[in-house]
Design a protein around this ligand. Structure first.
Ligand SMILES: [Zn+2]
Length: 58
């Protein structure tokens, strides 16, 4: 039996888990929680450091 470990998105905000293939993505390509709308942006983990290659604002 092939147990394919499909990528899943688990929201840290509402703790929902859904297959990455069935969740919406924002314009930047990040997964958006279908329940609470939380956007999983990796930038959020980075605190204000010295590595500012390009202003990724609005
Ligand atoms: Zn959520």
């Amino acid at each position: 039996m092939s147990t394919e470990n499909a990528a899943t998105f688990d929201c840290p905000e509402c703790d929902v888990t859904a297959p990455s293939t069935s969740v919406p993505y924002d314009s930047l390509g990040y997964v958006v929680c279908p329940v609470c709308g939380y956007a999983a942006t990796p930038d959020a983990e980075r605190s204000s450091g010295a590595d500012r290659s390009s202003g990724a604002g609005d």
